[in-house]
Design a binder for this molecule. Structure first.
Ligand code: NAP
Length: 295
């Protein structure tokens, strides 16, 4: 594959690893992140630091964003110093943040006004998937823009799908998060039950993790619970954001999702207890506490 100038904005847990794969594939990468130090390991590998998203865009014809919340997406793309302000006609903007379908459509329309193509391309697979270059990538926008970006997606993704027009990637990611929400609550309750009945959590995961209960949430995050490792992974604060987006969208569609509402409340409780910067497996601490089982 021909190497090219690629812009990357947002170099946290996910974006940092994804961007590193682009560097290792030989691309020239221009980076920006709110906290500059989080680009150090990338500049050490040859990436060029830029002072703003707009400056990144001035150097590249493809820009990727992987920030935290919809407001961050709005700032780094549509803000005065945002990527769109620096993008030339014919270039491509890909937002990989988990964000709102409506914002994806707004960005697509605003980009289109200056003849820039836009994709919404959120991912699944966690910190491990990003590190190993094995992410699932679900993409909304125009098919030909997707085709043009596929060789880049393949550098850090393994399971990549075009889902439809602008916003379809984010809607797909919401389906993923709705599934993950109840699964995560199930993992925590399953392991609490195991512990209370005197079983060893790892031994339980060894056996049930290969049967009908097999899931990333059990086999990866359940293992972390067994070790009492509550580091992120995937932040509780971002999970609360995602469930909030899914519930808003469901409300707009007149769709009742009672399990999602309940799990959202569990996680709002986790945030209220000060656990927002723990990984999503930190829900264990909430329910263990309520059951007087210690942490
Ligand atoms: P993260 O570690 O917090 O990374 C987000 C990065 O974006 C941070 O480095 C942050 O900078 C930067 N950023 C945020 N707002 C910015 C702004 N306005 N200008 C410039 N930089 C900005 O989070 P993450 O775990 O990588 O997650 C990123 C996104 O992917 C989230 O939407 C999350 O829901 C989604 N996601 C996460 C996972 C996962 O397992 N972690 C899996 C799938 C999807 P600072 O360093 O200054 O905060």
């Amino acid at each position: 594959m021909e190497t090219e100038n690629i812009g990357w904005i947002g170099t946290g847990i996910m974006g940092g690893s994804m961007c590193l794969h682009l560097l290792k594939a030989g691309h020239r990468v221009y980076v920006y992140n709110r906290t500059k130090e989080k680009t150090d390991r990338l500049t050490a590998q040859g990436a060029t630091w830029c002072e703003s998203p707009a400056k990144v865009a001035e150097n590249c014809s493809r820009i990727f964003t992987m920030v935290g919340y919809p407001n961050d997406v709005r700032a780094v793309i549509l803000g005065a110093d945002g990527a769109l302000a620096g993008m030339a006609t014919g270039s491509i903007l890909v937002d990989m943040t988990t964000s709102e379908p409506s914002l994806a459509r707004e960005i697509f329309a605003r980009a289109g006004q200056q003849k820039v193509s836009a994709l919404d391309a959120p991912v699944s697979g966690g910190d491990i998937g990003a590190r190993e270059g094995k992410l699932a990538i679900m993409v909304g926008g125009e098919r030909e823009t997707f085709d043009a970006c596929l060789p880049i997606f393949e550098i850090f993704g393994e399971n990549i799908a075009y889902m439809g027009g602008a916003g379809a990637g984010q809607h797909t990611k919401m389906s993923n998060q709705i599934m993950i929400a109840s699964t995560m609550a199930g993992v925590v309750e399953s392991l609490l039950y195991a512990a209370k009945s005197g079983l060893d959590m790892d031994e339980v995961i060894d056996i049930i993790g290969k049967g009908a209960a097999a899931a990333f949430s059990l086999n990866v995050l359940g293992r972390r619970i067994a070790k009492r490792d509550f580091n992120p992974g995937f932040f509780i604060k971002h999970f609360v954001k995602d469930m909030g987006i899914a519930l808003d969208e469901a409300k707009r569609m007149n769709l009742m999702l009672p399990s999602l509402s309940l799990v959202h409340q569990f996680y709002v409780g986790a945030k209220a207890l000060g656990y927002e910067n723990l990984g999503t497996q930190g829900l264990y601490k909430v329910l263990a506490g309520l059951n007087h089982m210690g942490n």
